[in-house]
Design a protein around this ligand. Structure first.
Ligand code: ADE
Ligand code: ZN
Length: 316
């Protein structure tokens, strides 16, 4: 797949190569029992256990230097796949526990690493974690609002979608919007079409992370298409985590055919044994996506990117 690619949905910690996490664990003498399979890949059984493994792996990322090194490793990995622009979810909860001074140091390390990366641009979406609750989310939103700029351009939410409602986090999303950040949230990965409605009505996001369960509500599909609400679709993630049993039953092509602006991302690539090239290869095999469709989808992603127009021009 030689077409330059734009990725909008990538969790920085979730993109950590297993060898990178194992190496840090060894350096620091941290026990990571239960995180890896015998073949050294991440162990995943279901979504809840995935979140536990994810958070356990994060315990080795103990300071700004580790996040700087991680950013370098992730961007090298992405650039090798022909990704020219990536938006990474960055979480104050894993970067200093919500302390603003600490967050600034982590952010500095990541931004510095990003500025040194060859052939790829990066922007950061500050992310709160839903199962840590609305109060902690406010702390993340404050970190986002205080560091909005050329690098931090968005605010979002990941984590366990079955905890609470999207609306429980409206205060944080309002704070981020008022600070000039652009908004996205994970919705319709696990919480059904209802959760996507909440995301667009209660949080007023312009993009939705996953959003694929919108397919179950034709009115919602029309709403997304008519209002140009962009889905950050991660098919490989959905199949590995069991949102859909296989690629054939994944709704990305039905959503696209209905006029919903879909984009393609990897979410947490090593966890799901994927790369962005692999995702497009599987889409070609499963749904017959030709180069023209791949180009169109990447134009959709470039137009929806949370970056300035001069940068956007370089992606189109
Ligand atoms: N954090 C990392 N990957 C995630 C996913 N697929 N859903 C929700 N939160 C996440
Ligand atoms: Zn995600």
């Amino acid at each position: 797949m030689s077409i330059p690619k734009v990725e909008l949905h990538l969790h920085i910690e979730g993109a950590a190569p297993p060898a990178f996490i194992r190496g840090l664990a060894q350096e620091k003498g941290i026990n990571l029992d239960g995180v890896f399979n015998e073949d050294r890949s991440y162990r995943i059984e279901n979504f809840t256990q995935f979140l536990r493994v994810y958070e356990a792996a994060c315990t080795v990322l103990t300071g700004p230097e580790e996040f700087g090194r991680l950013t370098t490793a992730v961007l090298e990995q992405s650039a090798e796949q022909g990704v020219i622009y990536t938006e990474a979810f960055l979480s104050p909860d894993f970067c200093g526990g919500g302390d603003l001074g600490a967050w600034r140091e982590y952010l500095h390390a990541m931004q510095e690493a990003a500025s040194r990366a060859d052939d790829i641009e990066m922007r950061g979406i500050v992310t709160c974690i839903r199962h840590f609750g609305p109060d902690q989310a406010k702390t993340a939103a404050r970190c986002a609002a205080e560091t909005v700029g050329d690098f931090i351009t968005g605010f979002g939410m990941g984590g366990d979608e079955m905890q609470g409602t999207q609306g429980d986090f409206a205060y944080s999303f309002d704070m981020a919007r008022e600070a000039g950040l652009r908004l996205t949230t994970h919705a319709g990965e696990w919480g059904g079409a209802q959760s996507v409605w909440q995301a667009v009505r209660d949080l007023r996001v312009e993009r939705v992370g996953h959003g694929v369960q919108a397919i179950d509500d034709p009115r919602l599909v029309d709403h997304l298409a008519e209002n140009g609400i962009v889905l950050e679709v991660c098919p490989g993630s959905n199949v590995v985590l069991g949102v859909y049993p296989d690629w054939k039953s994944h709704p990305i092509e039905r959503l696209r055919a209905a006029g919903v602006p879909v984009t393609v991302s990897t979410d947490d690539p090593p966890f799901f044994h994927t790369t962005l090239s692999d995702e497009y290869d599987r889409l070609a095999d499963t749904f017959g996506w030709e180069d023209e469709i791949v180009r169109e989808v990447n134009v959709t992603a470039a137009k929806a990117a949370f970056c300035d127009d001069a940068t956007r021009e370089t992606l189109l």
